[in-house]
Design a protein around this ligand. Structure first.
Ligand code: PGA
Length: 230
């Protein structure tokens, strides 16, 4: 089963999130689709397809208490959220590896599947940062964690790594997780679109994290159909 995750970031409006109901008719029997709207629009995304799920773009490190402006995993759970993007590069500037590890723990505790983003900043950098990001975020070995390999230079730039480089880094991520005895899946993210998906789906990955291309529902549907091999 492949996983296609839509990270809508801080885009669009209530009408757009209501319109995502058109995805319900998709035939996605071999693909799980996760929709991650901004928090305020969570309850406007109406899902009626057993392979489409609700996600979010961040969670608090804490379950409750004195954390003004934050939203906890157990609150999101009440709204049907079952996946959480954690440590996206656009957030890593405000959070440490330790915060990210706490968020993974709190997500798993609430039966929310964490999607942890990792990736090098500049093209050609070695894997040490990624190994550290993966190793430090693993806190539990009995529940599955999803990693998204998202090179920062590929996000929103239209550039993508070579297939060989994606396979190499994803295997480094798998090896690091194996040493920690964690069960994981690995996605690729960064400028995935309806044009390059046919190539990218030949990489050894368990799915994709999509940003810009999910803001156009038709393009997003084409990506899902390609992954689904339709
Ligand atoms: P992009 O974003 O697809 O627009 O490059 C991906 C992401 O930031 O998750």
């Amino acid at each position: 089963m492949q996983l296609v995750v839509a990270n809508f970031k801080m885009n669009k409006d209530k009408k757009f999130y209501q319109s995502l109901k058109s995805l319900n008719t998709l035939n996605c029997k071999d693909t799980k689709v996760v929709l991650c709207p901004p928090f305020v629009y969570t309850s406007f995304v109406k899902i009626k397809n057993e392979n489409i799920f609700l996600g979010c773009q961040d969670i608090s490190c804490e379950n409750e208490g004195r954390a003004t402006g934050q939203i906890s995993a157990n609150m999101l759970k009440e709204f049907g959220v079952s996946y959480a993007i954690i440590g996206h590069s656009e957030r890593r500037g405000f959070e440490t590896n330790q915060d990210i590890s706490k968020k993974v723990k709190v997500a798993l505790y609430n039966n929310i599947v964490p999607i942890v983003c990792v990736g090098e900043v500049n093209k050609g950098e070695d894997e040490s940062l990624i190994i550290e990001q993966v190793a430090s975020s693993i806190s539990s070995t009995d529940k599955e964690i999803i990693f998204a390999y998202e090179p920062l230079w590929a996000i929103g730039s239209g550039l993508i790594p070579t297939k060989a480089d994606i396979n190499k880094i994803c295997s480094v991520i798998r090896k690091t997780a194996k040493q920690k005895k964690a069960k994981i899946k690995v996605l690729y993210g960064g400028s995935v679109n309806d044009k390059n998906i046919d190539l990218l789906k030949t990489c050894k990955v368990d799915g994709f994290l999509i940003g810009g291309a999910c803001l156009d529902v038709n393009k997003f549907k084409s990506i899902i159909k390609s992954v689904e091999n339709e």
